[in-house]
Design a protein around this ligand. Structure first.
Ligand SMILES: Nc1ncnc2c1ncn2[C@@H]1O[C@H](COP(=O)(O)OP(=O)(O)O)[C@@H](O)[C@H]1O
Ligand SMILES: O=P(O)(O)OC[C@H]1O[C@](O)(COP(=O)(O)O)[C@@H](O)[C@@H]1O
Length: 307
């Protein structure tokens, strides 16, 4: 079974403006709302690709009710823990550029965290646990390392997509897969990465910690997948970006789906990148049909191979 954990879900509020007027009244030409949060998006994309998962995490209030209702309408299974405050609202502003205001989480108590740990007791060998997104301020920053350690003891595969301290702390616990974008990878090592070539030494360093797959995305400039014996590069397909929110989560979902379907490494990588791009090129999320079409535009090149 695949379980996604979203400690900090969101109601994503998308606003389109003709132009951003700093300090003035801005009126939207278009807006819409959608459930958000990294693990939740992974579950939603998995469903669209034909894979079941269960979405776990903390939700509360009218915004949490909305998030749960919409994803359950999409037939995604959920087992959220109810908290007292309202799930945050994340504002995504699209004008000539894309900007985001991500809200703060409601308070999560020790009892809530304990409940989540109990839910994860049910993990079995071969299950997949996705730990994705930011960690609310009221949760200790070592939460992902704690959950990863427990899941690895149970021989579950652990996929992590986060940033900052929670991400840094989990690395030594051998997650199966991580997906930093190039800014997040740069932040982990306190360097600026401009090209995929720049990222290779850091990918190697992460692999040396015992992580099986390190996938680094460079938005429209391709992606790198490092694994024990080689480092691969994939170009990204060409297209018009409609909305890049959820594109990174789609890469994670694509890779999980491909592995579940026993695709080989190169095909899995192509499928993951194509899923990210199919989401970026659509107003919502990728469809399987679009993913399969975009795969044909992706070529994989070996950047390094162990002799
Ligand atoms: N301009 C683009 N053209 C094609 N694909 C894109 C573009 N921007 C993003 N994507 C897709 O979204 C994925 C994730 O984008 P990226 O911005 O690197 O990560 P994140 O969304 O996690 O910040 C990319 O690997 C790619 O598949
Ligand atoms: O938990 P964080 O880091 O604040 O991120 C949450 C935001 O990221 C998203 O999951 C989108 O993530 P990506 O664009 O990286 O795929 C949004 O739905 C949500 O608003």
């Amino acid at each position: 079974m695949i379980y996604t954990v979203t400690l900090n879900p969101a109601l994503d509020y998308f606003v389109q403006l003709e132009q951003w007027n700093e300090g003035g009244v801005n009126r939207s030409t278009y807006d819409h709302k959608a459930p958000g949060g990294k693990g939740i998006n992974v579950s939603r994309v998995l469903k669209r690709l034909g894979h079941e998962s269960e979405a776990l995490g903390f939700i509360g209030g009218f915004t949490g009710h909305y998030v749960k209702e919409v994803i359950e309408q999409e037939q995604v299974s959920t087992r959220f823990i109810q908290v007292n405050g309202d799930t945050r609202i994340n504002v995504k502003i699209k004008s000539d550029t894309e900007s985001e205001i991500n809200g703060a989480s409601p308070e999560i108590t020790e009892e809530h965290i304990e409940q989540l740990k109990q839910q994860l007791e049910l993990l079995n060998e071969g299950d997949v646990l996705v730990l994705a997104g930011s960690v609310p301020a009221t949760i200790p920053a070592d939460i992902y390392e704690v959950l990863c350690t427990e899941a690895r003891k149970k021989k579950a595969d652990v996929f992590v997509d986060s940033s900052g301290e929670p991400m840094n702390k989990v690395l030594k616990h051998k997650p199966t897969f991580i997906k930093p974008n190039h800014h997040e990878l740069g932040d982990l090592f306190q360097v600026k990465l401009k090209t995929p070539d720049d990222a290779v030494p850091y990918v190697r360093e992460l692999l040396a910690k015992g992580i099986t797959y390190v996938l680094v995305s460079f938005a429209g400039d391709g992606a790198i997948l490092g694994t024990t014996d080689k480092i691969l590069f994939a170009n990204t397909p060409k297209g018009v970006v409609q909305n890049s929110v959820g594109a990174g989560d789609s890469v994670v979902a694509g890779f999980i789906a491909a592995k579940a379907e026993q695709m080989d490494l190169e095909q899995s990588f192509k499928f993951a990148v194509a899923t990210g791009s199919a989401t970026a090129f659509s107003k919502g999320f990728a469809t399987r049909e679009d993913v399969e079409a975009l795969m044909k535009e992706i070529n994989i090149v070996v950047m390094e191979r162990d002799e």
